[in-house]
Design a protein around this ligand. Structure first.
Ligand code: SF4
Length: 65
């Protein structure tokens, strides 16, 4: 599974970094999402990635197989 993050849609709410800190961080500059790892492996990381996508208020995150 791969994560895609669209920084143009991101509003810097930070839900992704709170939900899955191993996968997401936020820019020190403007708070937008910083993808730490695009590839997701394992059940725990996949569940965290799905939860982060669900909790993102701007629809900036996408998962692909
Ligand atoms: S949850 Fe969505 S809007 Fe918030 S920082 Fe992450 S990608 Fe951006």
């Amino acid at each position: 599974m791969q994560i895609q993050a669209d920084t143009r849609r991101c509003v810097g709410a930070g839900m992704c970094a709170l939900t899955a800190p191993d996968l997401f961080d936020q820019s020190q500059h403007d708070g937008t999402v910083v993808l730490l790892r695009a590839g997701v492996r394992g059940q725990k990381a996949s569940d965290a990635a799905r939860e982060a996508v669900r909790s993102c208020p701007s629809g900036a995150l996408k998962l692909t197989d």
